[in-house]
Design a protein around this ligand. Structure first.
Ligand code: 3NM
Length: 214
């Protein structure tokens, strides 16, 4: 039995998910990066800062939020439910080793969407049973952004879309060169991190990827 699909229309229509990852930019660059990603056309934007302290991350989130809000882009906080709750972000994202979806939802309250990372078909189906609002599915390719994970390849993309009715964002090594084969494999939504943040012209690169999505 499938759980009902996400009730957030903005997730249903979202195709391109960007992440401001502090592994690729400095805190001083966060506003400019946020603006470039939003202006290029990301539909969702996450803040991910694995090496900063909670107060540092909260400060960055508070600096990003007015920019994302001005562009109508939901801001999603990676891992830190308390920061999501305190700044009033539109979403929170949890990994397999983080809080269960129900606990995350209880912490952030209704109206805030909860996404979950999944790394196999079984985890994707389990996240749907847990009533996540969307899932990340990957890493499709080996990626320096999440170096300890074994890539899952493209072969399960069609099947995950048959089994899981939530918005599915394919992630891990996504870039403009690989996008055609990822879409041919059945993906409809993608997350792009390093390819965006390291692009010489971030806004133009985002626009290029966005224009290739369904
Ligand atoms: N999560 P890039 S892969 C943050 O599979 C993240 O859950 C993944 O970065 C997952 O676009 C990943 O630079 C890294 O490869 C994505």
């Amino acid at each position: 039995m499938s759980s009902p699909a996400s009730s957030f229309p903005r997730l249903q229509s979202a195709r391109l998910y960007g992440i401001v990852d502090l592994g690729y930019c400095t805190p001083a660059q966060v506003e400019a990066m946020t603006a470039a990603l939003c202006e290029g056309g990301v539909d969702l934007l996450q803040l991910r800062a694995k090496k900063l302290t909670l107060p540092e991350i909260e400060k960055l989130a508070r600096r990003m939020h007015p920019i994302t809000r001005d562009h109508g882009v939901p801001l999603i906080i990676n891992d830190h439910l308390e920061i999501a709750a305190s700044i009033g972000s539109e979403g929170v994202h949890v990994g397999q080793d983080d809080e269960a979806v129900a606990r995350a939802r209880a912490a952030v309250g209704p109206g805030v969407f909860v996404g979950k990372s999944t790394h196999s078909l079984a985890q994707a189906v389990a996240a749907q049973a847990e009533a996540a609002d969307y899932i990340g599915f990957g890493p499709l390719y080996a990626t320096g952004t999440k170096p300890d994970y074994v890539p899952i390849g493209l072969q399960d993309i069609t099947e995950v879309h048959q089994k899981v009715q939530l918005p599915i964002f394919c992630i891990g090594g996504v870039n403009a060169e690989r996008l055609p084969e990822i879409l041919t494999a059945g993906a409809r939504r993608v997350v792009v991190v390093s390819a965006f943040l390291l692009a010489p012209d971030v806004q133009a690169y985002v626009r290029q990827i966005k224009s290739s999505l369904p």
